[in-house]
Design a protein around this ligand. Structure first.
Ligand code: MN
Length: 194
């Protein structure tokens, strides 16, 4: 099998996000789940030159559901690891604060709305802060491994609300995970994109 696609390395140690996200969850999430999306995708495109020449963004837009799902799985997790940083190593920048206040009223209101959206996503999926096609900040959710960039949005921040992302520590308490997760957001990265 050719390894066209591989998960990015974590930009920190497996235990670096503790206690918000435990080491075992990070190991399984990165080494097993993320790796499996890449392995499956590589198998699905093997031998098809037109598919093998496409990048993840293109593969996420194909009509082939298994390819779309696994390309999204690789892409979303590559983003996700970079969207986080060990607690206390980044703080929200001025530009981010201003933009969030302008759109949502306050940073707290933004967080509340984002958590509510993540909680209301039924089943597996993601909650995102995006710049939509009209240039407006917006909170959206997606099912499975879908990503709003396939519909022309720019992803600024996103949280994985699949149970595999939080179940070992939080069990069924997704709301608790969503609320704790702010501690490990990489605000430096948000500031660059927002
Ligand atoms: Mn995941």
């Amino acid at each position: 099998m050719i390894d066209l696609f591989t998960p990015i390395d974590l930009p920190y140690e497996y235990d670096a996000l503790e206690p918000v996200i435990d080491e075992t969850t990070m190991r399984i999430h990165h080494d097993k789940h993320h790796q499996a999306y890449a392995d499956n995708l590589n198998k699905l495109i093997e031998g098809d030159d037109s598919l093998a020449s496409m990048d993840l963004s293109d593969l996420m837009k194909t009509d082939n559901q298994p390819i779309k799902n696994n390309a999204g799985g690789v892409y979303n997790h590559n983003l996700f690891w970079q969207m986080m940083a060990p607690s206390g190593t980044t703080i929200m920048g001025e530009r981010t604060k201003e933009k969030l206040e302008e759109k949502f009223g306050s940073v707290e209101d933004f967080k509340t709305e984002f958590e509510k959206a993540g909680l209301s996503r039924f089943g597996s999926g993601w909650v995102w802060l995006v710049r939509d096609r009209n240039g407006e900040l917006s909170i959206v959710t997606s099912a499975n491994q879908d990503n709003p960039e396939t519909e022309g949005a720019v992803v600024i921040l996103g949280n994985d609300v699949w149970e595999h992302a939080y179940y070992l520590t939080y069990q069924n308490r997704r709301a608790e995970y969503l609320s704790a997760w702010w501690q490990v957001v990489n605000w430096d990265r948000v500031e660059e994109i927002i």
